[in-house]
Design a protein around this ligand. Structure first.
Ligand code: ASP
Length: 358
């Protein structure tokens, strides 16, 4: 009897180590940099190279955190920050403009271990909105803060605050001018933008940055990351500037828990990109999780069901990345392409852009 008890005690004591060991081989990080009309015809070798380099850098940063024993949340933050600091993506530095000519950003994070979540909406001065979302989760009793209050909170938390002009990029401003002319709300790239930039007409000369960012066609440039750490915990994060020419105060799906961002250790972690209004109405991220939980679907089946069936039927363009606790990845999108990539425990990296690479 004594022996039995001792064995049970030993087993209990070693269980966490065994688990950690198990998940050490499974650590995985997946990112997206937006979906949309991204085709080989729209791409130049320079542009492709720039995006691939930025995506690879984000993957490497996140992987380094996971490898060194960091949490999935820390890895998500590290990877998303790389993309927020790049003007190539519609998040942080490269955020698009509202109809009033401002950059209003949204971001969210969720921890799959304890279902804690944090989000900010319509912030204009926080250099890395993903950090502010984490601060809301970790240092406030709330889930979402917006506008001035969120900015004040971020400042009090010691986060880096910048002038709104930090987010001004010529390329994005030109996109706003074009959208204003056509009186429409645009996802950050459209075919028309592409043609306009190619002609170099309408809004002025083509800058190298225009060439990098705008000639690829319609694109939802939100960034996101999902990760699994060596402790077996999932996390998700999403950051965006939203949609070009969006009305003042418009908030998309990215900061809405269950729409653009969700994580739950019992199912998966998800970050979405696409036409936010559709994603909010379809509660996309939670729907993927619910299909796994209630219907027993795999992460791939659940993600495909939502993105390739439900969203398509409803006219919602975009995609998502999803990751389960076994390290299984799904990256479906119903648009032409999606900037995406993943890194596995052994350091294998894959960066993909086009549809045919699926
Ligand atoms: N989902 C974002 C929004 O609607 C846009 C994007 O994915 O680029 O705000």
């Amino acid at each position: 009897m004594k022996k039995l008890l001792l064995c049970a005690l030993l087993a209990l004591m070693t269980t966490p180590t065994i688990f950690a060991q198990d998940y050490k081989d499974k650590i995985t990080l997946v990112i997206h940099g937006g979906a949309g009309t991204i085709t080989r015809q729209n791409m130049t070798p320079e542009r492709e190279k720039a995006y691939k380099e930025a995506l690879t850098m984000a993957l490497l940063k996140g992987h380094q955190v996971l490898k060194q024993g960091g949490t999935s949340l820390e890895a998500v933050e590290a990877a998303v920050r790389v993309m927020e600091d790049s003007p190539l993506f519609n998040a942080g530095k490269g955020a698009v403009f509202t109809s009033e000519g401002k950059n209003e950003m949204d971001a969210a994070v969720m921890n799959g271990k304890n279902l804690m979540a944090g989000a900010v909406a319509s912030v204009t001065t926080v250099k890395n909105p993903i950090r502010a979302a984490i601060a809301v989760m970790e240092s406030s009793p709330h889930v979402m803060m917006m506008g001035k209050g969120a900015e004040l909170f971020a400042e009090k938390q010691g986060l880096e605050i910048v002038e709104p002009s930090y987010f001004h990029t010529e390329a994005r401003y030109k996109a706003l001018e074009r959208a204003r002319k056509e009186e429409k709300v645009e996802l950050d790239h459209t075919e028309k933008e592409k043609k306009a930039v190619k002609k170099g007409s309408k809004t002025g000369a083509v800058t190298p940055q225009d060439n990098l960012i705008f000639t690829e066609g319609k694109k939802f440039g939100t960034v996101g990351c999902v990760a699994l750490d060596q402790y077996g915990n999932l996390a998700a994060g999403t950051s965006t500037g939203g949609m070009t020419n969006k009305r003042y105060g418009r908030v998309g799906d990215a900061p809405i828990i269950g729409a653009g961002t969700y994580a739950n250790n019992t199912t998966c972690a998800i970050s979405a990109t696409g036409h936010g209004e559709y994603f909010i109405r379809s509660v996309v991220a939670y729907d993927v999780s619910a299909l796994m939980e209630y219907k027993g679907l795999s992460v791939q089946q659940a993600a495909d069901e939502v993105v390739m069936k439900k969203l398509v039927e409803r006219g919602g363009e975009g995609g998502l990345i999803a990751l389960d606790r076994q390290g299984n990845i799904a990256m479906p999108f119903n648009s032409e392409g999606m900037y995406r990539g993943y890194v596995k425990a052994d350091g294998t990296i894959e960066v993909l852009i086009y549809k045919e690479e699926r």
